[in-house]
Design a binder for this molecule. Structure first.
Ligand SMILES: [Ca+2]
Ligand SMILES: [Ca+2]
Length: 162
């Protein structure tokens, strides 16, 4: 009797494993959604003596990085400092190789170049959201207070002042 029970359990377990792996692959095919690999990885909300933009101005910035293994197309993605994120600034056509980053200046100086968003960051706290071309939230970061020239960076444990 015991052997029958063990055999039955083993059989059930095997079937369960097979069923699960089948569902997993089916889910992947069904959704057809490519996993996002582009994230915000650093920002400065009160730049007073750091890097300067093309107009020789100390400006706020956020760095976007492709943390995946494949090239990522950023064109059409949105960045917003509003919450909820209405009327995001739209990124220009741009492809990031795996491991590469791009700096977006947050200076409300769109005439300075195509990588200049139409908003600034607030050192007193803000919510910054990265959106896909169809408006889905890809990444979000918030802070409550940053000192002058502090670089807020993404780490394995969350965001922290560098
Ligand atoms: Ca500027
Ligand atoms: Ca702002």
């Amino acid at each position: 009797m015991l052997w029958i029970l063990i055999a039955a359990l083993a059989c059930t377990k095997d079937e369960g494993t097979d069923t699960n792996s089948g569902q997993d692959s089916a889910d992947t095919v069904d959704t057809g959604v490519l996993e996002n690999t582009v994230f915000m990885t650093a920002l400065v909300a009160a730049n007073t003596s750091g890097d300067q933009d093309e107009a020789d101005q100390f400006e706020d910035w956020v760095k976007l990085s492709n943390l995946g293994d494949e090239p990522a197309d950023l064109g059409g993605m949105g960045l917003s400092d509003g919450y909820p994120e209405e009327q995001p600034w739209i990124l220009p056509e741009l492809t990031l190789a795996p491991g590469d980053s791009v700096r977006i200046w947050c200076d409300d100086d769109e005439s300075d170049g195509e990588l200049h968003a139409n908003f600034k960051l607030s050192r007193a706290g803000e919510v910054l959201t990265l959106l896909s071309a169809d408006g889905a939230v890809l990444d979000r970061v918030s802070w409550t207070e940053l000192e002058a020239d502090e670089v807020y960076v993404r780490s394995d444990d969350g965001w922290e002042v560098e």
